[in-house]
Write a protein that binds this ligand. Structure first.
Ligand code: NAD
Length: 392
């Protein structure tokens, strides 16, 4: 395919911005940002003006004008919009979490008390519906898991596969002081809390590396087998003393999660995620293999170490995501999008669509991630008991 790939962005806030910027950095494939749509006219018009792209009043209108629909809308909208786009014969890019369970439609639905067995079953059914629509239409599903593309993770993949290593244990985290999105914190929009919203990133990277290890060795991906997890709602506890530094007010989600996964070869991963951590995003994955050990630092990294004596001096300087203060010592990100893997992600997605091949982060990884995380909720409901991962 040599023609221009026309991409339409759905959603006009945080994720939409870095998607557009990532798409604009793609080289070697001709890409046109055909336009944007979102729920409110005000947000989509402001986005369209800022970036000089057309605004579409409806999802349907946008769909008609593009080859690829890029979903940067809240998690609860992903399944419906992805299936509609696939039925229109369009490829889709789906942000994390890929899909999930968003309630039974009842006014009194609360995610924290609803049956997790039912949620796991429904989340897997949702994945299967998206997969069936993609298969029926013969279109690609790109799972926007940027950690797969982060240079630190890709370098580890190279060292692992070229050295013939076996991963014994991985430990990692994504945490910060709380998501900005008004949809986050309400299960019927976000499909869960820290476990699906943040834990998805290091977990997908861990799943990706174990897949790559198996595929390099004998052509067969090593898949997740079981999980044990705990979740907590720390900032909703009566005993929590709020000093005003963390976001609070979550309705029915957890703000702390830990999940222990086993793989089909018996090896393990431990992933932490929370909304409780000050000092900027804390994104890392340590890989302990039988022949090497690597700390993949996504953020912060120490390419720059800066001492700023006065907050005011850096008022127009971007330092790192969710840092809180720019005074004192900090590690300004020279190119945060690059270290998070965003431009590399869109490069691969556009190349995979142009060349009609699977992206590095596709539907198989998305499904395994969903299976692990929702099995994690079931385990947490059972006090941390081991739960088999569906499809293992
Ligand atoms: N990969 C990452 O690092 C990363 C970071 C942040 C967010 N995300 C993901 O990106 C997605 C969007 O997150 P965000 O932070 O930009 O959220 P946001 O709340 O900042 O923006 C959501 C946008 O979607 C629009 N919207 C809501 N419902 C819609 C619908 N039914 N149809 C069309 N538009 C609709 C809203 O008007 C808004 O413009 C989520 O899935 C989130 O988990 C990923």
């Amino acid at each position: 395919m040599t023609a221009t790939v026309r991409v339409g962005i759905v959603g006009a806030r945080f994720a939409a911005r870095f998607h557009l910027q990532g798409l604009r950095r793609v080289y070697g494939v001709s890409v046109e940002i055909a336009g944007v749509t979102s729920k409110t006219a005000e947000a989509r018009d402001a986005f369209a003006r800022e970036f000089g792209v057309p605004a579409f009043a409806t999802f349907h209108d946008l769909c008609e004008a593009v080859d690829v629909v890029d979903l940067c809308s809240p998690p609860s909208s992903h399944e419906e919009l992805a299936i509609e786009a696939l039925k229109h014969g369009k490829h889709v890019i789906v942000e994390k979490p890929f899909t999930g369970y968003y309630g039974d439609g009842s006014a009194g639905f609360r995610g924290d008390t609803f049956s997790k067995e039912a949620m796991l079953k429904e989340a897997m059914a949702s994945c299967a519906r998206i997969q069936a629509a993609a298969k029926a239409g013969g279109k690609r599903v790109c799972y926007a898991e940027n950690w797969v593309y982060a240079p630190a993770i890709q370098k580890e993949r190279e060292m692992l596969t070229k050295s013939g290593g076996q991963i014994l244990w991985m430990i990692g985290e994504e945490s910060h002081s709380g998501s900005h999105s008004p949809y986050y914190g309400i299960w019927k929009f976000s499909g869960g809390g820290s476990l699906v919203g943040k834990g998805c990133h290091p977990m997908s990277a861990a799943l990706y590396l174990k897949r790559a290890e198996g595929e390099a060795r004998d052509g067969r991906a090593i898949r997740p087998a079981s999980v044990s997890a705990r979740t907590h709602a720390i900032t909703r506890m009566k005993s929590y003393r709020d000093e005003g530094f963390l976001r609070t007010g979550y309705q029915d989600i957890e703000d702390y999660a830990q999940i222990h996964a086993t793989f089909s070869d018996g090896m393990i991963a431990d992933i932490f995620s929370s909304e409780l951590v000050l000092g900027g995003v804390h994104n890392w994955l340590e890989v302990i293999a039988n022949n090497h050990r690597t700390r993949c630092n996504l953020n912060p990294i120490d390419a720059l170490e800066t001492f700023n004596p006065k907050e005011e001096l850096f008022k127009d300087v971007y330092v790192t995501e969710k840092l809180g203060t720019k005074q004192g010592w900090s590690h300004p990100a020279p190119d945060e999008d690059w270290q998070h893997g965003y431009p590399q992600e869109f490069q691969d997605f556009m190349e995979s669509i142009a060349a009609d091949r699977e992206p590095l982060s596709g539907i198989a990884l998305a499904q395994d991630t969903m299976a692990v995380l929702y099995a994690g909720y079931l385990s947490a409901e059972r006090g941390g008991a081991e739960v088999a991962v569906p499809g293992a």
